[in-house]
Ligand binder design. Structure first.
Ligand code: IPE
Ligand code: MG
Length: 225
């Protein structure tokens, strides 16, 4: 979800106004996902690197997260949404961590839409942590090196038990993954849109699904296989 700052600038507003508008786009996108019957939606809301933004902006972003959790979780729960959070949640303030834990617990029985927010998430850190865990298990004698395969390693990632993404959409015209789901995106279709995240609406969501439907996915196999 990129382009909040540029959206604010284009509207002669402070950056925080862009982040607020971005939160509205999150609400719209969750509704679109439910309407289209998309089962899994993962939103990159805050990267490990975002902690390096100015203290004021970090405060704005964590404040918005807190407000979003307070105001949305009940509604999401009643809509059948199961919430998950991937990333280093312990880096957030204690009250936010409590909200995150509660939201996961309270929605664990829902199945309509699996909504995952990547918060303080970075794929390289995720992979390094999984490697460390595997090494520790081997050292403890709980795992044999020859048993570390793709499936076993995947189970050590934040996304254990979740399907790999089929489609990754990045807004605002940038064409890179920026440390998002690097392991999991091995065969994901990538879609780069020029629209700034706060302007992302139902028409963009529907357009992305239509584009995805046109892609021929072979997962490394020969054409026609
Ligand atoms: C994305 O918008 C929001 C977050 C990273 C939380 P940006 O803040 O990166 O917006 P630009 O890139 O400055 O336009
Ligand atoms: Mg950006």
């Amino acid at each position: 979800m990129d382009g909040n700052g540029r959206w604010a600038k284009a509207h002669h507003l402070p950056r925080v106004a862009g982040h607020r508008a971005g939160a509205q786009a999150v609400r719209r996108t969750v509704e679109s996902a439910i309407r289209h019957g998309v089962g899994w939606l993962t939103l990159y809301a805050f990267s490990s690197e975002n902690w390096r933004r100015s203290p004021g902006e970090v405060l704005d972003l964590t404040g918005l997260l807190r407000a979003y959790l307070r105001s949305e979780v009940r509604e999401l729960r009643s809509q059948g949404v199961r919430l998950r959070f991937i990333g280093e949640r312990s880096r957030f303030d204690g009250d936010i961590v409590t909200h995150l834990d509660e939201a996961e617990r309270e929605t664990a029985g829902n199945t309509r839409l699996n909504l995952t927010l990547a918060l303080s998430y970075g794929a390289r850190a995720e992979i390094a942590t999984a490697a460390r865990t595997a090494a520790r298990l081997v050292a403890e004698g709980a795992l044999r090196p020859e048993d570390i395969d793709e499936s076993c390693f995947g189970d050590l990632l934040f996304t254990a038990g979740m399907p790999d993404p089929d489609l990754i959409i990045r807004t605002s015209g940038e064409q890179r993954l920026s440390n998002f789901l690097l392991w999991q995106s091995a065969y994901a279709e990538l879609l780069f849109l020029d629209v700034l995240w706060p302007d992302f609406g139902p028409e963009h969501f529907a357009g992305a699904l239509a584009e995805f439907a046109h892609r021929e996915r072979r997962f490394g196999a020969r054409p026609g296989d």
